[in-house]
Design a protein around this ligand. Structure first.
Ligand code: SF4
Ligand code: SF4
Length: 310
């Protein structure tokens, strides 16, 4: 693909029909404190009077509500299409079985197909069935929630344990928040860790991204992966080095960040008050606003507000 064409595709990918800025918060590695960073920036912004939505798109293990000590509220089911085959109409041609890339359909000899595997609701089987023998059934795969706490709106996506359709739930929670976008000055999207399709899906429509890491060899390795992905998605932003005083090579982190044109690096040290607030389920910017970590979160919030003129 030529550079121009790729940019056009990426612009189309990020297109949205509202003007509220969207900032992603992501990290290649799990356990680096990404959600702590997201929750504290969201609270710092809300405390400045910025109408803020925080989207918890880590649908396999959403914990934003836990860190905010808020109940999940306003539930909405997320469901997908599953094929329902009418045995009377089915002529046994097998086209639907061949069309299913997940091999979710099985056709016993001389019988009509049965759904036996994980179905992602793509509807390919329905499209190819010339006998119109397949109708749309529904299967619930997750939930979205909208909770409000102290000037902050938290959108949470949660996959039902045992199901695999996490990308459907990521899309549902992002779209629920985006549908309310005009109510907000800023939307923060906290993604799952990694550099896979759920992260890409969560970052759709983002204007910039904070990449959270730590100064360990794993943190360095995963930072490179996520920064490569962000380059592919043409997303700028900065790096947040959490637990910056862990033994490790901070210099290398900074070198990698600069190689990817991330000049701004925010450092958050190991902070007893941050650990205490984490254990209490209250964001440190609210529990201990004078803590060193709170100061960094407040500066980050100020920087985001200044960047988007809010
Ligand atoms: S494509 Fe339609 S008619 Fe053919 S086997 Fe499947 S359900 Fe039956
Ligand atoms: S909806 Fe898609 S995944 Fe599900 S059975 Fe049909 S073709 Fe397979």
């Amino acid at each position: 693909m030529t550079g121009d064409l790729q940019s056009e595709v990426i612009r189309a990918f990020h297109r949205k029909d509202f003007t509220t800025p969207v900032v992603g918060i992501t990290g290649g590695k799990g356990g680096v404190g990404k959600t702590t960073v997201a929750v504290n920036i969201a609270c710092a912004l809300a405390d400045r009077g910025v109408r803020t939505a925080l989207v918890d798109a880590d649908v396999d293990g959403p914990n934003g509500a836990i860190l905010l000590s808020v109940e999940l509220a306003n539930p909405a089911a997320v469901d997908i299409t599953v094929p329902q085959i009418d045995a009377e109409r089915c002529n046994g041609c097998g086209d639907c079985v061949r069309a299913c890339r997940l091999h979710a359909l099985f056709q016993p000899r001389g019988k009509y197909p049965q759904l036996i595997g994980e179905c992602n609701g793509c509807e390919a089987c329905i499209q190819v069935c010339e006998a119109h023998a397949i109708s749309r059934g529904r299967k619930q795969v997750g939930m979205t929630y909208l909770s409000r706490i102290d000037g902050l709106s938290l959108y949470t996506g949660a996959l039902i344990p045992g199901f695999e359709e996490s990308s459907v739930v990521v899309q549902a929670v992002r779209e629920r928040a985006f549908a309310d976008a005009e109510q907000f000055d800023l939307i923060l999207v906290d993604t799952s860790p990694g550099a896979h399709c759920n992260v890409i899906n969560a970052l759709r429509g983002a204007d910039s991204v904070l990449a959270v890491t730590e100064p360990t060899p794993f943190g360095l390795h995963d930072l490179e992966l996520i920064l490569n992905l962000l380059e592919l998605l043409e997303l700028g932003g900065s790096v947040v080095l959490n637990r910056a005083d862990l033994p490790g090579d901070r210099k290398k982190i900074k070198t990698v960040a600069r190689q990817h044109s991330r000049e701004m690096i925010w450092e958050i040290g190991m902070d007893d008050l941050l650990a205490r607030s984490y254990a209490a389920g209250v964001p440190v910017v609210r529990e201990y606003p004078q803590a060193p970590s709170s100061k960094v979160f407040q500066q980050l919030a100020e920087n985001i507000a200044a960047t988007y003129g809010i």
